[in-house]
Design a protein around this ligand. Structure first.
Ligand code: GDG
Length: 748
């Protein structure tokens, strides 16, 4: 099952780049003109725009294929980014790219809209080419560098890279959907692909459904433990695990640059000209897609044709402009699709066009971006009817361009963009009658309604542009740099939203979150302002406050002195006190028995080593060796690892300095938080924490919840503040907002 990996040549020098992006295509294309002149042209996609400033600032390199077969190029500089070309032969392109990537993975990942082809020689080529990309990245990355691998063509690269360069921080982003297991499981190489991806530290997807499809494939195929966004992947012997995160990061566009183009007088003049050239119809509808079977172009044309047939639309009043840019023209399914679409277009125009008005204005070629923006501006209705689409950037581009707050977006619920762009007119493209009705709704929509919807859509697209996307991915992967003091604006806005929840759970870690870390654990105290804010929150209806700590509850109660109504969980979720007079231990009978077995093993080992001793913990035991000689201590630890690993293989081990802690419960704060959520019947949760163990808590948060990471370091939380003083301010703000909202509600 294991995939061949590039071996690290002995004495291999690491490269010098601290940020390396790896994608199938480079952001530059090699071109040979008709006169034989050779040149490099930049292809300014959203990804390049987003990453360019970061790459320049951090000395970045981009590894990829330059778009021409059988040519080798030396690395070179382009606009402050180092370009590292990877050579592909004609056969690589046929097998790895057109074959396995675009005729196996693409249709499979898009819910088998077209049947995937499975060929072993394509797979072999995919492995070989992935290895080449991994080797190129391994060669140029500096020690400890961050490597960000893009998309489905390179899913084996993360594992290959990790094996060649365990020092790297590795991220992967999948631009297309990840299918449900029932479909994914068709793939003969299903285990190898998942194993390849699990080499990454962070795997990004477009939608949360994609991330959970992936996690479920991991569970089904490997049986690894997953909770929320976290996957614990066994790493070496002795029960150690490595944490991999699978999380949605919906991609976006450089919205400001689209608006800037749209505001240019010459582009507005061009938009006007387009309308005139089309005969100034009442409504222009637009479709812009790569000519791909996932985009539902045929469904769109069918619905439109029926509206003309039924007389609900008249060819004198409307036109459909369809830009179908050429794509993957050497793949059989794409050739067939082109024939099918062009037959439909020809028939429809034959049936309905008049001498002065075409029903469909069809264009099978690409346009410069300026022309695309003019087309967006000229169109009253944008039709996005994808049958399955990772995101669909065209939908976001249309919205970004419409600074006039006009235009209607009709959007398939099967495009990732539908998760965010909720004010679009939503359609199920398979339901042709529904699509027809939606088109009529869009045609007839009053200007005020159009403007209201477009404003909301524009807020979404501008608040979450591609720079925010890449920053959030990289911050999750590497942890933010120094954190600024104060409460950031976007956190204030998120607190305002959170305060509106019917039932709210405010769950807080203690050490490092409410109280600064101190040398003696018993000296820890919450900072000023926390207690007052907590008491204000507790006085409000529908708010529960909880402490979620790794400490034993006895110790937590001593240092935190929590008011009576505060819910408590300690020892990483093993001890709880939820509206009960005393502490309850959350252990099953089998777990109690495991503790007894563990105790026998450890006591025996400790009995033979002077200076070692065993400490009982609520859910396990710790073997301390700090008073033993270092040699004997190490031997005792090794023996304990081996014996416990044999007798109780699934047990959790935490290694500290001169201490080994065994727990029968992988009991973690995620589990604790889920239990608290159920107990409090909370609609929304604020969870704040500073430590790696708090990541288990962040991993189980939903879209309505708010995760607050305290301090620097990689994190899954959506928000971050510097320290406990800021947490006190956050709690006070939440109490303020909740008070204001409730007061407003009661006077309504
Ligand atoms: C994949 C995923 C995901 C198209 N024709 C022309 C042209 N375009 C530009 C559009 C847009 C881009 O191409 C297409 O992006 P989409 O997102 O719509 O779709 P895919 O190509 O399938 O992209 C997709 C995306 O990756 C990003 O993660 O959203 O789901 O399938 O920017 O404007 N641009 C120009 N002329 C054309 O004729 N200049």
């Amino acid at each position: 099952m294991s995939t061949p990996t590039p071996s690290r040549r002995s004495g291999q020098q690491t490269g010098r780049y601290s940020l390396v992006v790896v994608s199938n295509r480079l952001p530059v294309d090699f071109e040979v003109g008709p006169d034989g002149a050779e040149s490099w042209t930049t292809s300014p996609g959203g990804l390049v725009t987003a990453l360019e400033p970061l790459m320049r600032a951090s000395d970045g390199a981009w590894v990829g294929w330059p778009g021409v077969a059988d040519r080798s190029f030396e690395p070179f500089e382009n606009d402050g980014i180092s370009i590292v070309p990877v050579r592909l032969s004609k056969q690589d392109i046929e097998r790895y790219y057109e074959g396995f990537s675009n005729d196996t993975l693409w249709p499979l990942y898009h819910d088998v809209i077209s049947p995937p082809s499975y060929h072993r020689e394509w797979w072999d080529s995919y492995v070989a080419v992935n290895r080449r990309f991994a080797q190129a990245a391994a060669d140029v990355a500096a020690t400890g560098a961050t490597v960000w691998v893009q998309d489905y063509q390179l899913q084996l690269v993360p594992r290959m890279l990790r094996e060649a360069r365990p020092d790297l921080v590795i991220g992967f982003f999948n631009h297309i959907p990840f299918p449900p297991y029932g479909i994914y499981s068709q793939l003969p190489w299903r285990k190898q692909i998942i194993d390849g991806l699990l080499g990454a530290d962070l795997i990004g997807f477009q939608r949360s459904a994609d991330a959970s499809n992936f996690s479920s494939a991991v569970r089904r195929l490997f049986g690894f433990t997953t909770r929320g966004m976290a996957i614990d992947v066994p790493d070496g012997d002795l029960g150690r695990t490595r944490r991999v995160i699978a999380k949605p990061f919906p991609i976006s566009i450089d919205a400001a640059s689209f608006e800037e183009l749209a505001r240019r007088p010459e582009i507005q003049a061009r938009a006007k000209q387009i309308r005139e050239d089309l005969g100034n119809p009442k409504k222009i509808m637009l479709g812009v897609d790569r000519l791909d079977y996932t985009k539902g172009i045929g469904h769109r044309i069918k619905a439109y044709g029926e509206l003309l047939r039924d007389g609900r639309l008249a060819v004198d009043d409307v036109v459909l402009v369809q830009v179908a840019s050429p794509s993957r023209e050497r793949v059989g399914a794409y050739m067939a699709l082109r024939d099918e679409i062009e037959l439909m277009v020809g028939r429809l125009n034959g049936d309905y066009s008049t001498i002065s008005h075409a029903a469909i204005s069809y264009h099978h070629h690409g346009y410069p971006r300026e022309e695309m923006v003019a087309l967006y501006l000229a169109s009253d209705i944008m039709l996005v009817t994808a049958l399955r689409d990772g995101m669909n950037l065209v939908a976001k581009e249309y919205v970004a361009v419409r600074f006039d707050n006009d235009g209607v977006l009709v959007l398939s619920e099967f495009a990732g963009a539908a998760d965010e762009l909720r004010k679009a007119v939503r359609i199920n493209p398979h339901d042709i009658d529904g699509v027809k009705d939606a088109i009529i709704d869009a045609v007839e929509m009053p200007p005020r309604e159009r403007s209201k919807r477009m404003r909301a859509l524009r807020r979404k697209v501008f608040d979450n542009d591609v720079a925010a996307w890449s920053a959030s991915f990289l911050e999750t992967l590497t942890g933010g740099a120094a954190v600024q003091p104060g409460v950031p604006e976007n956190l204030v806005a998120a607190l305002r939203r959170l305060a509106r929840a019917d039932t709210l759970l405010v769950a807080l870690d203690f050490d490092g979150t409410l109280a600064p870390h101190v040398d003696q654990p018993e000296d820890a105290r919450a900072v000023e302002g926390v207690r007052e804010a907590v008491e204000r929150l507790l006085r409000q209806d529908g708010v529960r406050v909880a402490l979620v700590s790794g400490r034993a509850l006895v110790s937590l109660r001593q240092v935190a002195e929590p008011p009576e109504k505060v819910l408590l969980t300690g020892s990483h979720g093993v001890e709880v006190q939820l509206d009960t007079p005393g502490i309850e231990l959350n252990l099953a009978q089998a777990e109690r028995e495991q503790i007894e077995t563990l105790s026998r093993v450890l006591e025996r080992i400790s009995g033979g080593v002077a200076g070692s001793f065993v400490e009982r913990k609520p859910a396990g035991l710790a073997l301390h060796t700090r008073l033993a000689t270092s040699e004997e201590g190490r031997a005792a630890q090794r023996e304990a690892m081996e014996q416990v690993g044999e007798i109780l293989p699934g047990i959790t081990v935490r290694e500290g300095k001169n201490v080994l802690e065994f727990s029968v419960r992988s009991g973690d704060k995620g589990e604790a938080l889920e239990q608290l959520r159920r107990h409090a019947r909370a609609d929304a949760v604020l969870y704040a924490g500073d430590d790696v163990t708090d990541e288990d808590g962040f991993a189980v948060l939903n879209d309505n919840d708010l995760g607050l990471k305290v301090g620097p370091g990689a994190s899954l939380a959506g928000h971050r503040v510097r320290g406990p003083e800021e947490v006190a301010q956050v709690l006070a703000l939440l109490a303020d907002f909740r008070g204001i909202d409730r007061a407003a509600d009661s006077t309504e």
